[in-house]
Every structure is written in structure tokens, then in C-alpha cells.
Design a protein around this ligand. Structure first.
Ligand code: ZN
Length: 388
């Protein structure tokens, strides 16, 4: 058992100073004062002056590597456990990405299992940028219904020069299958959409709902901050009922186009979009290619990191001057609700003990994943299997 004493609790809503008792990887009590249980081993953490928050959820990470748009040497490596610990991420959702041709769903599934074995929580999307999209069983719905780790499909690319330019009917059929697979499997069955640079990038999604019985909340479009006009369209899209996912790692690689993630949250809130509609994801291990707009030639290549999430979360507080409660939601309760991760994203009795203890600079002093310390006194305690 672990007893955390006198932390300021953010559920992510601020509820005040409390004690939190953890056993069997779960939060089993949250009270004003909890005595250490007698007769059992119980580690006590003095958390006076620290903020206790849910562990962060990163809903879009190329865990098995991605990229390759600059040729074979530009393929990105697999995610390492230390990158998640550094970032305070206790739950990660893997996806394939651009390369549905030489990479496959099997490797993403095995990496999902590997991350679970290393101590964090992990799920994944089936599919890639392309439609028809690669699957394990031949159908996205069957993948979602039958394979425990698979909660949706994506990232499916639209409005991008690397997209397979799905027709409206193709997009509807894929989304319907994902939705029904989700119903059968008790999953979100959501379609994670990669938005490219085309103007009016959400148009294919609006066309799909016009022509079907689908709702916009069946999609989770990402890279909504990739440039000014995409964010403006995202406001319209969210007002019509859709979710907006902000990519944190591409900033500041492309400051000439990108809207800073913390600023994007502020702009969305000012436009009247409720915080519950907004999520942050890192797109980590994705390559960040920049192409010459005239020749289409690759001119720059970088790789995203999960730590960009917490950097932008801090900037929501420090730069945009919004509350920590607001700053936490796009990385905790919102993705948990949207992705139907029922034991995640909240500090509540019965939820998984995925917990961060932050100091007054919002640095991670302690981190627990499923009730196991990943970090203590700022020091990481775990490493990936092949990390020194
Ligand atoms: Zn993408």
C-alpha cells in the first residue's frame, strides 16, 4: 500500500488538501486524514506543498516508429519507456501513421504489449493514413471488437498530400465499421483523423455526416493547430459538435505556421469552445517533415517527443495565465472520456493509481503508474528493457 499525505488534489478539478490511499494499483480512499493501515506494509509519502494530479494520457504516439518520408534513413525509432516517464505520461495510445506500406499493425500491437509489460497503460488504433487501411483481421470493426488493445482506427489522413484521398463513401463505411466494432467491443470505436494543410481541411468530415447518420463526435481530428486557417476551421468544427486535438510536438519546429498549443487552447476557449472538447497529444516518434511548397521536396526533418505535452500544459498556466484545472483536462479527463478509458484520467476512488505529484514549478517530483513508482524525488526508477 502507498499513503500519500496532504497533497493538494486536482481530480483534475481542485478539491483541496487530502490524503490518498493506494492498494493493488488502484486509488482506494481519498479523505481529509487517513491513518496508515496496521499490519500491512504501507509506504508513506509526505506530499505537503505538492499538487496531486492524474497521470497524463497521450492519445497519439507512433510507439513502433514512423516517418520515412525522407527515405529509409528518415524512419524514426520506437518509443522508449524513459520518454514517457520524463513526460509524466502513464497512458499512451499507439498508431501507425504515414507508412502503412512497409510498417504494420502487428508491430504496433506488440509494442503496445511491450509498454504494458514495462509498467504503463497502453492501447492503440488500427489502420494507417491510407484507405483501404491495413488491419489485423481484414476489417477495422473486427479489429476493434475482438482485439482488447485496439480502441479505434487511425490516423486516417485527409486534406493532405500524403493522404489516399478517401471518397465520402469510403470514409463513411470505415467510420461506420469502427463505430459498430466499438459498440460490440465496448470501446470508443473512434476515427482518429490526420488533418493536412489543405484549406477547409474538415470538409471531408462534414460531407461524411451530411450523407450518413454519423455524428462529428465519431471523429477525433488531430493537428488542429497546424496553421492559422486550420485552427479557425477547428473552431467552426467544434461549434458543430466535433472534438479538437492539438498536436504539441510540432511546435516550435514550424513556428512560421504552427499555432503554439497553449495559445490554441486559449483561442478555442475565447471562441466559446468548452474545454471538454479539447485534447492534447504529442504525436511523438512521428517525423516532422517540412516540404518545399512549390517543388514538394523534403527540406527539413525532426522527431516529436512526449514531453511536449507537459511543456505546453505548463505554458497554459505560466504563459496563458489559465488555471491548472483547465491545463490538465486536455491530457487527463478529456481523453479518458473521449477514448472511453474508464479507469483513467481522474483522481477518484476505484480509478487506476496513475498519479503525478508536481512541485510549485509544475515539475514532476513523484510519478506512479498503476500504483507503482516510476519516479521518486525527481529520479526515474524504471528504464525500458534495452535502455541503459
Ligand atoms: Zn498525423
Amino acid at each position: 500500500m502507498i499513503l500519500i499525505k496532504q497533497a493538494e488534489i486536482y481530480t483534475p478539478d481542485l478539491i483541496g488538501v487530502r490524503d490518498v490511499l493506494i492498494a493493488g494499483g488502484k486509488i482506494i480512499a481519498i479523505e481529509n486524514n487517513i491513518e496508515a493501515p496496521k499490519g500491512v506494509k504501507c509506504e508513506i509519502v509526505d506530499a505537503k506543498g505538492l499538487k496531486l494530479t492524474p497521470g497524463l494520457i497521450d492519445g497519439h504516439v507512433h510507439i513502433a516508429g514512423a516517418g520515412g518520408e525522407g527515405g529509409p534513413s528518415s524512419r524514426t525509432p520506437e518509443l522508449q519507456l524513459s520518454q514517457l516517464i520524463e513526460a509524466g505520461v502513464t497512458t499512451v495510445i499507439g498508431c501507425l501513421g504515414t507508412d502503412g506500406m512497409t510498417r504494420n499493425i502487428e508491430s504496433v500491437l506488440m509494442k503496445t504489449k511491450a509498454l504494458r509489460a514495462e509498467g504503463v497503460s497502453a492501447w492503440m488504433f488500427t489502420g494507417s493514413y491510407q484507405i483501404p487501411t491495413p488491419t489485423l483481421t481484414g476489417d477495422v470493426g473486427r479489429d476493434i471488437a475482438l482485439i482488447e488493445e485496439i480502441i479505434g482506427v487511425g490516423e486516417i489522413a485527409i486534406s493532405d498530400h500524403r493522404s489516399s484521398v478517401p471518397t465520402t463513401d469510403e470514409l463513411i463505411r470505415l467510420t461506420e465499421h469502427a463505430r459498430v466494432g466499438g459498440m460490440l467491443g465496448g470501446k470508443a470505436g473512434i476515427v482518429n483523423i490526420h488533418l493536412g494543410d489543405l484549406e477547409d481541411p474538415f470538409r471531408p468530415l462534414f460531407l461524411a455526416i451530411e450523407k450518413s447518420m454519423l455524428k462529428l463526435n465519431q471523429f477525433l481530428p488531430t493537428h488542429c493547430n497546424r496553421n492559422d486557417y486550420t485552427l479557425v476551421s477547428a473552431i467552426e468544427y467544434a461549434k458543430a459538435g466535433g472534438y479538437v486535438d492539438i498536436t504539441t510536438s510540432s511546435y516550435p519546429y514550424f513556428p512560421q505556421y504552427e499555432v503554439k498549443p497553449s495559445t490554441a487552447v486559449k483561442l478555442l476557449l475565447e471562441a466559446g469552445i468548452p474545454i471538454e472538447k479539447i485534447t492534447f497529444t504529442s504525436d511523438a516518434c512521428g517525423s516532422l517533415p517540412d516540404f518545399n511548397p512549390i517543388t514538394g521536396e523534403l527540406i527539413q526533418l525532426e522527431m516529436g517527443q512526449p514531453s511536449s505535452n507537459i511543456r505546453e500544459m505548463k505554458d497554459i498556466v505560466n504563459v496563458e495565465k489559465l488555471s491548472l484545472e483547465i491545463a490538465l483536462k486536455p491530457l487527463t479527463s478529456n481523453p479518458a472520456t473521449i477514448l472511453k478509458l474508464k479507469n483513467k484520467g481522474k483522481i477518484e476512488v476505484g480509478k487506476d493509481a496513475d498519479i503525478l505529484l508536481l512541485d510549485d514549478k509544475l515539475e514532476i517530483k513523484f510519478m506512479l503508474a498503476m500504483g507503482v513508482f516510476m519516479k521518486k524525488d525527481y529520479k526515474p526508477l524504471k528504464r525500458g528493457s534495452y535502455e541503459k
